[in-house]
Design a protein around this ligand. Sequence first.
Ligand SMILES: Cc1cc2nc3c(=O)[nH]c(=O)nc-3n(C[C@H](O)[C@H](O)[C@H](O)COP(=O)(O)OP(=O)(O)OC[C@H]3O[C@@H](n4cnc5c(N)ncnc54)[C@H](O)[C@@H]3O)c2cc1C
Length: 279
Amino acid sequence: MIPFNFIYYRPDSLKEAVDIFAELQSGGKGAVYYAGGSETITMCRVGSIQPQAVIDIKNIPDCALLVKDIQMLHLGSVCTLTQIHNSGLFPLLGLSCGRIADHTNQCRITLGGNLSGTIIYRETSLPLLISDAEITLFGPEGERILPFKNVFNGRMQFKPGELIVQVGVPVWALSARHAHIKKTANEKIDYPLVSLAAIWKDGNIRIAFSGVCSYPFRSEQIEAVLNDRTKSCAERAENAAGLLPESAYSDGEGTGEYRLFVLKNTLEELLEDWDNALL
Ligand SMILES: Cc1cc2nc3c(=O)[nH]c(=O)nc-3n(C[C@H](O)[C@H](O)[C@H](O)COP(=O)(O)OP(=O)(O)OC[C@H]3O[C@@H](n4cnc5c(N)ncnc54)[C@H](O)[C@@H]3O)c2cc1C
């Protein structure tokens, strides 16, 4: 049960949504955008947030697109993980979606919610960081279309009152050679110790990680090391693990040391498969 009252809005357009948000803010009322609601409801139940209003964006057509044209795949922010996985349109993102939470929650959790939520893993960001994806945001100052990597720096960098409308993925990435690996401590369905997404472009690997540090990241330095095929797989994996942007993450699932161990083994296996042309 949610132990307080709040106002529920369900706008039909982006303008209506941001206008409601701005009006509530100027009236001193805290509001949150609401998509799948899985995180928002949990946080309201345990009392870590207490919004006076929620603005449900699922009725906004621009946020619900799932369509491919000759240049791009357009993925609306309220597409669920299940819709993305089942569409088969971007297999690498489909693999990431298929390993987040369980089937019931995958029917609810949205792309925009996963990218914007407080849970640190944000695993759907990994395929977007390596595929030259762009993102469309809408806020009180109107629309912004930007390279995804420019507004996702471990987490979304929103201007006040902005929301994610959709993500665009160029067609080259939809059919590129790719790999997705998620290692968890115990069960198949769990938060990651190490989660990685890789894509090959012009013969080189691009790679992004979650679980290893306290935020998801892509590192060009790590990619340069992994692409140096004059070195052995073990050497490249060892060197890459030494280039993390911060100390490896420690929590109840695994210590930083253990995560580093898992990372090195995972990278070595990935590189061996690449060298043996299994990927
Ligand atoms: C059982 C379970 C297991 C999970 N396991 C994983 C995991 O393994 N890996 C992983 O990466 N994540 C995992 N998650 C995290 C999950 O992806 C996030 O909690 C996500 O926020 C839920 O999406 P939602 O659509 O339900 O978000 P909501 O609860 O609707 O929203 C969450 C936050 O995002 C904001 N938001 C939502 N949509 C938008 C938008 N379009 N624009 C701007 N802000 C927006 C909301 O305002 C709110 O602050 C798990 C969650 C659950 C419940």
